[in-house]
Design a protein around this ligand. Structure first.
Ligand SMILES: Cc1cc2nc3c(=O)[nH]c(=O)nc-3n(C[C@H](O)[C@H](O)[C@H](O)COP(=O)(O)OP(=O)(O)OC[C@H]3O[C@@H](n4cnc5c(N)ncnc54)[C@H](O)[C@@H]3O)c2cc1C
Length: 453
């Protein structure tokens, strides 16, 4: 039997709950940057019972709540009691889970009392207003990933970037790679090209290059690798010869991600007479500078949605003001850049491994042999358990690297470990997935095939 309370007490409780919902709304308004949230208050916040039914709502835009309750009930089905802990927040932008005339972002957080789940609190705002989409854009009109704010994760807000912390950036990269590692490669290639500017560039260079990259969705490529210089970076042979107030660049770069769509190139060259670490310099310039040719586009066995090209420099004239951090500083810049970028590659590998695991579990549940799903065979369960364990350990290492970076603590060791380990795990888990799928993985349309190549 429920608790019987008099009407006065009930009104007091009701107003108290509405005050809480209102306060949630005002907090969202105070902490947001979007005009439509800050000034129009086109959001709503509410408190729900343990079944997802509304018990109090904020006064901001109550009509938004009509679809929100549908979402809450669906989210509770997906995250039933026992799956969420205090402090967890579920964020959804799934248009099939409810929403209004344009796509929305809904948040849901469980509320506990005495260790028991007693209800949920949530907030809803249009997706384009949450800071994800391009200014003025609506989700349905998005054509490029940068409009969602998923590129340039390393660029601070003062230069038009997202300014988010490195750990969150890794989680975003992991999620993108879980869907498609080639898209993750494309969406994160700007980081490689912009880190040298962020690390060693002067203010004028940061404004000139970072701002258009972040604000106009332009691409930039990191041009280090050459036919004769892969791991051995110091042996690169592209030459930048100083001639008055400019450098004249000649050479050839290889395996350069997104070079065919890049507006800017960050290029590592030998600027001295002898080859070696101490004579490498870094120049950043427009890709349409006369003398730059984008050469062969590699036909890769995987990552085909990300382009990888040759870049050829023939008497390319670049002003000395495009030199980053002085002559001879290039090797250190390259190493510091790779140091920062390695966990991103680890996160991509992690996303691939996670996708392989999920595809394998789903397939093992569906595939019937010997009269039952193969997931019921202990030998298959053991493969899946090992896969899950490897994915989780890789995740811990990648997240640890991100955490250390976010805290400003030394991360060189964890950065290298996270890339190396997660990449190995991605290979192992994808190979295990092939064992689960067997003949079926050869079919291109199946996810088991996609994560392997
Ligand atoms: C999809 C893709 C995108 C890329 N994008 C870019 C980009 O945007 N910009 C860019 O500059 N480069 C890019 N690269 C190039 C990449 O950074 C190089 O592949 C990498 O530096 C390794 O060089 P390599 O392939 O020539 O291998 P190599 O250096 O030839 O190495 C071959 C093998 O030898 C091993 N090896 C080498 N040296 C040693 C040693 N001292 N001790 C033990 N083992 C060793 C390596 O571990 C490896 O197993 C890309 C590559 C790929 C595959």
């Amino acid at each position: 039997m429920g608790v019987v309370i008099d009407q006065v007490t009930m009104q007091v409780v009701r107003y108290a709950l509405e005050q809480i919902a209102d306060e949630m709304g005002y907090t969202l308004v105070r902490t947001s940057r979007s005009t439509i949230i800050k000034e129009v208050m086109d959001i709503t916040c509410a408190i729900f019972d343990a079944q997802g039914h509304t018990i109090a709502q904020a006064h901001h835009a109550p009509m938004l709540l009509t679809g929100f309750e549908i979402t809450m009930v669906e989210l509770i089905k997906r995250f039933p009691p026992g799956t969420l802990q205090e402090g967890d927040v579920v964020i959804s932008n799934d248009p099939y889970l409810g929403g209004q005339h344009i796509m929305d972002i809904q948040t849901m957080a469980p509320v506990f009392f005495g260790g028991n789940l007693v209800g949920y609190v949530g907030a809803i705002a249009h997706q384009s207003d949450m800071g994800g989409a391009a200014p003025g854009g609506v989700a349905g009109g998005l054509t490029e990933i940068y409009q969602q704010g998923f590129t340039n994760l390393n660029i601070p807000e003062e230069y038009g970037g997202s300014g988010i912390d490195p750990l969150t950036a890794l989680i975003i990269t992991e999620e993108i790679a879980r869907g498609c590692s080639a898209v993750a490669t494309s969406s994160s290639c700007n980081s490689l090209a912009t880190y040298p500017i962020l690390i060693g560039g002067n203010e004028e260079q940061k404004q000139r290059f970072l701002r258009p990259i972040a604000e106009e969705g332009l691409y930039a490529s990191f041009c280090l690798t050459e036919p004769g210089a892969g791991s051995d970076v110091a042996s690169l042979s592209t030459i930048a010869r100083k001639d008055g107030n400019k450098y004249i660049i000649n050479g050839r770069k290889q395996f350069i991600t997104s070079a065919n769509v890049a507006s800017f190139l960050t290029v590592f060259c030998q600027s001295g007479t002898a080859k070696g670490h101490s004579t490498i310099s870094t120049l950043v310039f427009e890709s349409n500078t006369p003398g730059v040719t984008i050469g062969r586009k590699e036909r890769k066995m995987g990552l085909r949605a990300s382009t990888t090209c040759e870049v050829i420099f023939e008497d390319v004239e670049v002003l000395v003001e495009n030199l980053i951090s002085g002559e001879g500083a290039g090797f250190k810049l390259a190493m510091e850049t790779l140091n920062k970028a390695r966990p991103t590659t680890g996160a991509m590998a992690l996303g691939i491994a996670q996708a392989a695991l999920e595809a394998s579990v789903n397939y093992a549940k569906e595939r019937i042999q010997f009269g039952k799903p193969i997931v019921q065979q202990q030998a298959v369960q053991m493969i899946l358990a090992d896969m899950a364990m490897k994915v989780e350990t890789a995740r811990l290492l990648v997240y640890k690297a991100g955490y250390l970076m976010a805290k400003g603590l030394p991360y060189t060791k964890e950065s290298a470990m996270s890339k190396c380990y997660a990449a190995d795990i991605a290979m192992e888990v994808s190979t295990d997935a092939v064992q689960i799928f067997k003949r079926v993985w050869l079919y291109k349309r199946l996810p088991g095939r996609k994560v392997y190549a």
